[in-house]
Design a protein around this ligand. Structure first.
Ligand code: AMP
Length: 680
């Protein structure tokens, strides 16, 4: 199919109504004979596929046919692709749907405007409870077009990268889609990051344009986002202009680079010509922590990412037309990108953008919102579930949750107690709970209990089953594939899939070294996993020095780099430890320089300030222990394994200490740790 560029809307509408019509009859004609085709229309063309399990099998062993069929059916192309995939994992070469041209914003907006312009696309659940704002597909398209035209008028070109530093709000979504519309990449930076962290990301992305708001509002508190941007921009010579939208009424000081966004948008037309993008052009960068101090700008491209977002959103959550999808993730993280924005919108769904916190103004906030907005799929983080569990069932039961059909969990392992509560109390025992495993690098969900047969078992706290096209493998310490069940190993994915990241911005070598070289021919996730007797997967945690605080990834090296910048600090070692609400907490061991005689309490305060200034508040250590020495090997490597055991109070599990430079240091650390705990 070839759609003439410039005639997108009319042709897409005609194409889609024809396509849906034929699909309907194909499915209807075979109903009863082919259960899989009723479930996924494309399966009607896959011979021998008569169950959902067989469909998964087919998607892995006939990947090209599977992905070609879903890509043709679910995306609107300006011109068709000629090659389904051209990948070589060992060299980090990943290309999908080459030859194809499309526009992501047309897929997310225009085609739905033609079929159902007044359908609600976004519900913005503002921080102020009960003041939600709805945007129809028509309104969201208009907003996007105005932003797109404004960016174009101000010189943003195809291939540029625009940094977005905003809370979850419709204008942030419209800004992301506007970038996609005109062919610019976006780089959304979580609005909790400090000026320095923001500046580092702007510089690495080489953005000349930043979009922000005057102030953010969260849990009733105002944050000065524009001031943070002002500070960041001082050390970003590439930045030429900053668009400032108004989240509150407070006027802020505008500099020569600043542009009043809403005012300028009013001058723009509500029609904006979409750029015809190649499948492999960059859609966005998203920075995430790795095991070094420098965050990585993971690159996602157009068609493959969008298709994977569409398919996972539809099938993992069993999303149907007319459902209201509530993902609680902030747009500054990959969860917000894929399941607040791209997945629901490409599927023509209604998505809730949540600006507040689970306990503001009280611990009933989520469930009040479920009742008020009639949410059907609720997607949240274990850290929030654990927190709410402590407030008791009454906050949940006060509200009507009968609209709920699926409950999702994301970002970190969900412990059995939290899983059971989520299932029994929130979901009244009738909603499947899907524990979804994935990461910034994977673009979308890779392992989850659904899709599977409606009555297929779900084991608490397990991600369980690979998604279509995903072939997980476990590796042993000698880099061999573990073939048996009831075993644990390093989690890799054996073949490429369309949603995966393509590279690290400006550093393809680091991409290859991190993901492709540890197990040549496989994509290494950095996580460990257990495969049960039944063949289900359970994620056991990171294998590298990355920790997960309230579902937010942070490299221990990043925190150490910040701590070490304090003039009193000689060196430090940061580890994660098990925290009953946040999943993991941050524990810092700090060695001071000789002759420092400042009080430890003052130093702790200083160190926390440094971490929140250099990175973000969530990265601040929960514990800071000052020690004389760190346990090191004779070659000078810090033995974090020993520190973890001390904090877990597993002194029997300290293992062989004979390789330590100074075994006595461990005793001092154990004593210091106990003293610190006794003060809490
Ligand atoms: P991010 O890229 O920030 O989304 O973080 C991804 C990391 O979060 C993964 O590599 C895992 O370590 C962890 N993670 C995400 N989802 C799950 C899950 N369902 N179970 C266990 N860990 C998870």
């Amino acid at each position: 199919m070839r759609l003439p560029y410039g005639c997108t809307s009319k042709y897409i509408a005609a194409f889609f109504s024809r396509r849906l019509f034929t699909c309907y009859f194909r499915v209807w004609g075979r109903r009863g004979r082919c259960n899989a085709a009723a479930f996924m229309p494309e399966a009607a063309g896959f011979e021998g596929v008569s169950s959902r399990a067989a469909l998964q099998e087919f998607s892995v062993s006939n990947g090209e046919r599977f992905w070609a069929a879903v890509a043709r059916h679910r995306l609107s192309w300006i011109s068709p692709f000629h090659t389904v995939q051209d990948c070589d994992l060992s060299r980090g070469k990943i290309k999908w749907f080459e030859g194809g041209k499309l526009n992501v914003s047309v897929n997310c907006l225009d085609r739905h405007v033609h079929t159902c312009p007044e359908r609600v696309a976004l519900i913005w659940e503002r921080d102020e409870r009960g003041s939600e704002v709805k945007y129809t597909y028509r309104e969201l398209l208009e907003l996007t077009c105005r932003v797109g035209n404004l960016l174009r008028r101000r010189g943003v070109k195809r291939g540029d990268c625009v940094t977005i530093y905003m809370p979850s709000c419709p204008l942030a979504v419209a800004s992301m889609l506007a970038c996609a519309r005109i062919g610019a990449a976006h780089n959304v930076v979580f609005a909790g990051f400090s000026a320095e962290a923001l500046a580092e990301r702007i510089r690495d992305a080489q953005s000349s344009t930043v979009i922000t708001v005057n102030q953010g509002v969260r849990a009733g508190k105002v944050t000065e986002l524009k001031k943070t941007v002002d500070k960041a921009v001082q050390s970003c010579p590439t930045v030429q202009q900053v668009f400032v939208a108004m989240r509150t009424e407070k006027q802020v000081t505008m500099t020569a680079k600043d542009i009043a966004m809403e005012e300028e948008m009013l001058k723009e037309d509500v029609v904006c010509e979409p750029a015809a993008m190649n499948s492999e052009d960059v859609l966005f960068l998203l920075y995430t922590s790795g095991s070094t101090g420098k965050p990585k700008g993971l690159v996602h491209t157009q068609a493959g990412y969008l298709l994977y977002a569409a398919l996972t959103h539809r099938y993992v959550f069993n999303y149907h037309d007319g459902d209201v999808f509530g993902c609680m993730g902030d747009i500054g993280w990959i969860t917000g990108h894929t399941y607040s924005v791209y997945g629901p919108l490409v599927n023509g769904g209604t998505t809730v953008l949540f600006e507040s916190t689970p306990i503001y103004p009280d611990p009933g906030r989520y469930w009040d919102m479920v009742e008020r907005l009639k949410i059907n799929q609720f997607y949240g983080a274990p850290t929030a579930i654990r927190l709410l569990l402590k407030y008791g069932d009454q906050w949940v039961k006060t509200y009507d949750r009968s609209t709920l059909k699926t409950l999702g969990s994301v970002g970190e392992p969900i412990n059995t107690e939290a899983w059971e509560w989520y299932h029994r109390v929130v979901g009244e025992g009738r909603c499947p709970v899907v524990d979804t495993w994935w990461q910034t690098e994977t673009g979308g969900i890779c392992i989850a209990p659904r899709p599977s047969d409606p009555d297929a078992e779900i084991v608490p706290g397990m991600a369980m089953r690979p998604f279509f096209g995903i072939k997980p493998v476990l590796m042993d310490t000698e880099d061999k594939v573990l073939t048996s069940n009831n075993t644990s190993g390093a989690l890799c994915i054996a073949q490429p899939w369309p949603g995966m990241a393509r590279t690290i911005h400006n550093n393809h070598q680091r991409f290859i070294e991190t993901y492709c070289q540890p197990y040549p021919g496989y994509f290494f996730t950095g996580d460990g996993a257990y495969r049960s007797v039944e063949g289900y997967y359970q994620i056991t945690g990171r294998l590298d020095d990355v920790i997960n605080v309230s579902g937010h990834r942070i490299g221990t090296a990043e925190i150490e780099d910040a701590v070490n910048q304090c003039s009193a600090v000689a060196e430090s070692a940061v580890i994660g430890y098990s925290h009953n609400i946040k999943g993991q907490g941050v524990y810092a061991f700090v060695v001071l320089k000789k002759n420092v005689d400042e009080q430890e309490a003052n130093l702790s305060r200083q160190l926390n300030n440094i971490v929140s200034t250099k990175i973000a508040k969530y990265a601040c250590p929960d514990f800071i222990q000052f020690v004389q020495h760190l346990p090191k090997t004779r070659s000078g490597k810090i033995m974090r394994r020993v520190l973890r055991k001390v904090v877990e109070r597993d002194s029997n599990g300290l293992g062989d200490l004979s390789t330590l430079d100074d075994p006595a240091a461990v005793q001092e650390i154990i004593q210091g740790h106990l003293k610190l705990l006794s003060k809490q």
